[in-house]
Design a protein around this ligand. Structure first.
Ligand code: NAI
Length: 404
């Protein structure tokens, strides 16, 4: 299919860099809407598009996906993908891409700001100044230089935070369940308690899992140093908020910066409720750790790059629901993408189609995931069209596509 025929629908006000990147890659048939679509509007819209780009609000559930007739891939221009029925999409031969890296720097920068502001007692001093109080004092105000930062979860964000904080002269300890290479002068510790015993600031950067649920509870906070500061820009389930409120009340926790909550308002019109609202020494932010213009721009470019690569080359690297195939470009050859149910004998049937026609397969890349197999084949044949019908006739075939 010529690129201008590829129809792309973007919803939810995706950054204009997406349309620009698509245009630069030769895709101009793009409709970009500021809002999300629901119900019959979404069902109607998805029917004849090749690609759809969404953020977190658009629900691509079984009913909506089933209405798609030629959808090739889904771009989630965000981090989370639970708004898409990922298993069904895979079974329909539709890879889903997202942007897991693009906003990590933004989160690390917010954590740095939180650390400096909390160390100086700025949230409380600012709140009091707003009320007309003049709280000029150096008491309990500290530089971050020389203090110990304990990072829980030394992944994409945790490592960046460690490097930035080290640049400010902090000593970095980290705890991770995986063995992680220390960057800079950071040191790994073997347990959370070891980290809590030393850290002046504890910053959480773990995913939401059954193990991380309430990983910071009353016991954990008791194990922290008196006056320790706590930062959570990971997931709301990671901290027991009632226990935190108690620890703030007793002063054992000296301050906190919380960006994510067990219960968050669904829209900006809803009121934010939390027992932490009453504490002046807590920075409360509305889940904006990764919300910057730069992150939105980077997300747009990252997801578009993945969609274009899939359409032009067949690569599914970093698809969240799909067998991952990395492939070089296919100059001077025809490339066929074959997505099939992962059943015994399928590859033999595919190869038989080529051998019957005496066609040389120059390269073949196969990966499977759960119930779906994805094979990319480069063949030396100018007119590959007639073979496609035979490949489609293989009973386990989900879809077949010829790349130009
Ligand atoms: P990542 O996957 O790169 O790193 C997470 C690290 O945590 C990994 O090294 C993993 O081994 C480790 N880990 C997992 N379970 C653990 C446990 N029980 N104890 C200690 N370590 C454990 O993830 P990334 O990109 O650094 O994100 C971290 C968190 O930040 C995630 O929860 C993510 O959802 C959240 N996030 C929040 C944003 C916001 O707006 N506030 C924006 C982006 C991410």
């Amino acid at each position: 299919m010529a690129e201008h025929e590829t129809r792309i629908l973007l919803l939810e006000g995706i950054h204009e860099a997406a349309v620009e990147s698509l245009a630069a890659a030769g895709y101009s048939n793009v409709e970009s809407l500021k809002h999300s679509l629901t119900g019959s509007d979404l069902v109607g819209a998805i029917g004849d598009v090749d690609f759809i780009g969404i953020r977190s609000r658009t629900q691509l559930d079984a009913e909506v996906l089933s209405a798609s007739k030629k959808l090739k891939a889904i771009g989630c221009f965000c981090i989370g993908t639970n708004q898409v029925d990922l298993d069904l999409a895979r079974r329909m031969g539709i890879p889903v891409f997202n942007a897991p890296f693009s906003n990590t720097r933004s989160v690390a920068e917010l954590a740095i700001a939180d650390i400096i502001l909390l160390m100086r007692g700025i949230p409380e001093k600012s709140a009091r100044a707003h009320r007309g109080e003049w709280a000029k004092t150096a008491r309990n105000a500290y530089e971050v230089r020389g203090k110990c930062l304990g990072i829980v979860g030394y992944g994409r964000i945790g490592t960046q935070l460690g490097i930035l904080a080290e640049g400010l002269g902090m000593r970095i300890l980290y705890y991770d369940i995986e063995h992680k290479l220390p960057l800079g002068n950071a040191s790994a510790v073997n347990s959370l308690d070891e980290l809590f015993a030393e850290a002046d600031v504890v910053s959480l950067h773990v995913p939401e899992t059954p193990v991380t649920r309430n990983i910071i509870d009353a016991d954990a906070m008791r194990a922290m140093r008196p006056g320790a500061l706590l930062i959570n820009a990971a997931r709301g389930s990671v901290v027991d908020i009632d226990a935190l409120a108690l620890a703030l009340e007793t002063g054992h926790i000296g301050g906190a910066a919380i960006d994510v909550f067990p219960l968050e308002p669904k829209s900006n019109q809803e009121t934010f409720e939390s027992p932490l609202r009453e504490f002046d020494n807590v920075i409360l932010t509305p889940h904006i750790g990764g919300a910057t213009e730069e992150a939105q721009y980077n997300i747009a470019r990252e997801v578009v790059a993945k969609l274009v690569k899939y359409n032009d080359n067949g690569s599914t690297v970093s698809a969240v629901n799909f067998p991952q195939v990395t492939i070089p470009d296919h100059e001077n050859r025809r490339r066929i993408l074959h997505i099939h149910r992962n059943e015994p004998g399928v590859m033999e049937q595919i190869n038989r189609v080529f051998s019957t026609h005496g066609v040389n397969v120059a390269a073949q890349y196969l990966e499977t995931q759960a119930d779906v197999g994805y094979v990319v084949m480069d063949i030396e044949l100018d007119d590959a069209g007639p073979l496609l019908d035979e490949l489609r006739a293989i009973p386990a075939t989900i879809r077949v596509r010829l790349l130009h």
